[in-house]
Design a protein around this ligand. Sequence first.
Ligand code: NDP
Length: 234
Amino acid sequence: MRIVITGASRGLGYELAVVAAKRGHHVIAGVRDKAAAEARYGKLDDSLRAQIAFVELDVTSDESIERLAAGLSESGSPVDALVNNAAILLGRDHDIESMSFNDLAESFETNLFGPIKMIQALLPMLRTASMPSIMNISSEAGAYAGVYAGDYPYGLSKSALTYLSEKLRKELEPQGFQVLAIHPGWMKTDMGGEQAPGDPAQTAEQLVGILERVRPLKVKQHGFVDSAGREMEI
Ligand code: NDP
């Protein structure tokens, strides 16, 4: 498979790229700082590194998304999977009165508009794959079930991403696409923090397994699932 991953410089995105490469897939790793990412990936074996191509990608930049899409289109090969993983978590500690509209706008730009623009730009290449997938990394922080006070910018943007993903599933599943919003669990990353129980490398194994569609995931009610493919409460 040829898999495009956004936010592949660190955290879950990095682990997804490594796991996918280990399983023989070709990875287009979207990173904002190519030199820093290459240094980080430089620790891997050459054979693994050969499976991973880095592209400079900021999901808030139309120009950078268009450049990526043009490069992929020129290559003529299908894109089998798009993983919208890049995200930011801003303004955690603010209540409704102190919430900043800048934080809200930035969160929507990155966590919702970024994935939408990526989907629009890559759909032509995804359509040429035999079993295309769009995986939107969302969060239970955007679910109505278990909703908690605060965290407005992140929660609202992820809630919208999960909803977007479901609408997209209705549109594209009849055309052979697998479209899922994923809650990856609380993981030890820069975003999740040291105290998180989850190992992003293990989560990445599960998610690449879902993309491979060896045992196709049959969801009953909606496509918002955890990393084991079980439907979340929405
Ligand atoms: P990290 O904060 O560790 O990494 C975020 C990644 O997103 C980095 O690669 C970062 O790149 C990239 N990124 C941020 N903004 C942009 C942008 N504008 N354009 C391109 N890339 C960008 O996050 P995690 O790995 O923990 O999270 C991965 C996904 O999982 C996210 O969608 C997150 O919301 C979700 N999630 C995480 C949980 C957790 O416990 N960690 C829990 C639930 C969901 P750079 O290095 O350049 O900053």
